[in-house]
Write a protein that binds this ligand. Structure first.
Ligand code: NDP
Ligand code: GDR
Length: 355
């Protein structure tokens, strides 16, 4: 099936933040999009329902969902054989850094061996010369920072089971590119967020909590390390970079980042500024508390349960290579990102205050 059409993409992790934006982007470019979804006890397609239920996409036969899992080699072979994609975007992962300390073996199964499984499935189907492969690599590879800002040549020093698994995935992509001449790229993406970001990542946790405070539904919440610094961009901008990497004449690895870094504390301040409140900070480490400047009613506490056994203190990426070779540009600024997430969470909380 599909052997003549060049615009066929297969996405693992289509139900996630990036998968949903990438599916939208590719459908907009006229692709047939196939997505692998996991069986779950409840619906897990809320981020893509608007695409799947849309008469111009699903009903037009452009969007297809198939059950599968990165831990199951035979299903990957079957899907790739059936779909015969021209581009594969491997976004599926156990993507939470802190959770990876609790689920270390599973994280390795999905994020490391899962990548190997999909590369081998491409070869088993004899498609290594036809398929272009994108791997969702990460700035977490840099971990304990060796140089600032980080580029494609900065040494890696992973600091979590998640990052160690992604390190294996990074190198197996490079190895298969060199060994089998496959068109396979690593996008080393720095943190990117959006209103569709999972609720347990720090930016979304903050925008949800500040939205509740704005609507009078809460007056406190807790965080972990306020000093961690991240290079945050908008997911919509970053999925375009994934596609651009697969449209080149030769496969390479690229850093995608905003080129600015902000602490978790600064993200909190920015979210409160959006609702016209100022937070003042007092104390240090586990004693640190943020309070609303005028009344002190709002309190943000630091709780040890959110700390990681090993932390990545600072990330700051340099995307010069992507700008020069891919023509990629960041469109959404840090302040616009916070605004987009705050607007969306305020609307969501108004509709469903218990969410
Ligand atoms: P999400 O956590 O939002 O989405 C992860 C996706 O992977 C979900 O669709 C999830 O399915 C799927 N998945 C999880 N386990 C499996 C499995 N065993 N088999 C198949 N699919 C599975 O992540 P993001 O969208 O934020 O990130 C996409 C990718 O990019 C990930 O690989 C992540 O590690 C990487 N990355 C993300 C960055 C970011 O800042 N967002 C930065 C750099 C890299 P389900 O919905 O069923 O749980
Ligand atoms: P990260 O994202 O680990 O960078 O991985 P996350 O938002 O989880 O943490 C960012 C930083 O915030 C600190 N932090 C907290 N984090 C969470 N989740 N919850 C808290 O309450 C909290 N308080 C402080 C963390 O310690 C950390 O320093 C994300 C994921 O999307 C990965 O899949 C991806 O590879 C990287 O980004 C790039």
């Amino acid at each position: 099936m599909n052997s003549e059409n060049e615009k066929i993409a297969l996405i693992t992790g289509i139900t996630g933040q990036d998968g949903s934006y990438l599916a939208e982007f590719l459908l907009g470019k006229g692709y047939d999009v196939y997505g692998i979804i996991r069986r779950a006890s409840t619906f897990n397609t809320s981020r893509i329902n608007h695409l799947y239920d849309n008469q111009y996409t699903h009903m037009g036969g452009k969007m297809h969902l198939l059950y599968g899992d990165l831990t199951d080699s035979s299903c990957l072979v079957k899907i790739i054989k059936e779909v015969s994609p021209r581009e594969i975007y491997n976004l599926g992962a156990q993507s939470h850094v802190k959770v990876s300390f609790d689920l270390s073996e599973y994280t390795a199964e999905v994020d490391a061996v899962g990548t190997l499984r999909i590369l081998d499935a491409i070869r088993t189907c004899g498609l290594e010369e036809k398929v272009k492969f994108y791997q969702a690599s990460t700035s977490e590879l840099y971990g304990k920072i060796q140089e600032n800002p980080q580029t494609e040549t900065t040494p890696f020093y992973p600091r979590s089971p998640y990052a160690c698994a992604k390190l294996y995935a990074y190198w197996i992509v490079v190895n298969y590119r060199e060994a089998y001449n496959m068109y396979a790229c690593n996008g080393i993406l720095f943190n990117h967020e959006s209103p569709r970001r999972g609720e347990t990542f720090v930016t979304r946790k903050i925008t949800r909590e500040v939205a509740k405070i704005h609507l009078g539904l809460s007056n406190s919440f807790s965080l972990g390390n306020l000093d961690a610094q991240r290079d945050w961009g908008h997911a919509k901008d970053y999925v375009e970079a994934m596609w651009l990497m697969l449209q080149q004449t030769s496969p390479k690895d690229y850093v995608i980042a905003s080129g600015q870094t902000h602490s978790v504390r600064e993200f909190v301040e920015s979210a409160f500024r959006y609702i016209d409140k100022e937070i003042i900070w007092d104390g240090e480490g586990l004693n640190e508390v943020g309070k609303e400047k005028d009344t002190g009613i709002i309190r943000i506490t630091v709780d040890a349960k959110h700390f990681r056994p090993t932390e990545v203190d600072l990330l700051l990426g340099d995307s010069s290579k992507a700008k020069q070779e891919l023509g990629w540009r960041l469109k959404v600024t840090f302040e616009e990102l916070v605004k987009d997430m705050m607007d969306s969470d305020i609307q969501l909380m108004k509709k469903n205050p218990l969410s």
